[in-house]
Design a protein around this ligand. Structure first.
Ligand code: C5P
Length: 213
């Protein structure tokens, strides 16, 4: 069975940074599943503008090919907002389950995979070897997001980032299908007061332990 690390958590919690670092350290293949939802948002906006419908998105998802989009085009705050709206459409989630599970079957690393998102440990890979749930305070997450946005020349204020994160947290936690929740057997890591190296250390010891079992 492919060794699987499932990482879930809130926007800006540091889960993406951690996932990438773990993949690098243990030579595992990495999949950022948020890019699927962002990719659908990108295509929907491009083809239909802001008035795209649920049916438009479902049709796009049906013929969706990962790897056809450039990641650097998908990181904007506006795509985060539309991605979370799209993530609340049950039909879309159903289609994307298949793509995510295929990644495991066709994994480019024979050592295993690290997958991050919102429902990885609960829905996509409920039998994952290691499950992590990453959180941080709203204010700290907003500071991190703002830093990323400013680095990418996005013109946005701290207050606006706080507002967007609150809306996104609420939508992700309250949607009817696959809401964001920690799996019962997930290890919780609060990154509010620790840096990325410390976070990696905590997660690495959990992964190393499972790998040696
Ligand atoms: O992680 P990221 O900020 O790129 O995700 C964008 C949005 O995509 C999230 O707010 C969430 O609504 C949705 N998403 C999801 N399930 C995942 C990954 C992302 O619903 N596995």
């Amino acid at each position: 069975m492919t060794f699987t690390v499932a990482i879930d958590g809130l926007a800006g919690s540091g889960k993406g940074t951690l996932a990438l670092a773990l993949a690098d350290k243990f030579n595992l293949a990495y999949f950022d599943t948020g890019l699927l939802y962002r990719g659908l948002a990108y295509i929907a906006l491009d083809e239909f503008g802001e008035d795209f419908t649920k049916t438009n998105v479902i049709n796009i998802a049906k013929s969706f090919r990962v790897n056809t989009l450039k990641e650097s085009n998908l990181r904007s705050p506006i795509l985060g907002k539309y991605a979370s709206e799209i993530g609340a459409i049950p039909e879309v989630r159903k289609i994307l389950i298949k793509i995510q599970r295929e990644f495991k079957e066709k994994s480019p690393s024979n050592k295993g995979i690290v997958v991050d998102g919102r429902d990885i440990g609960t829905v996509i890979f409920p039998n994952a070897n290691v499950k992590l749930f990453i959180s941080a305070s709203l204010e700290e997450r907003a500071r991190r997001r703002l830093r990323d946005f400013l680095t990418n020349d996005e013109n946005i204020s701290y207050d606006e980032v706080i507002k967007q994160l609150q809306k996104r947290d609420q939508r992700d936690k309250e949607r009817s299908v696959a809401p964001l929740v920690a799996a019962k057997d997930a290890h919780l890591i609060d990154t509010t007061n620790i840096n990325k190296e410390e976070t990696l250390e905590i997660a690495s010891s959990l992964v190393a332990k499972k790998l040696s079992d």
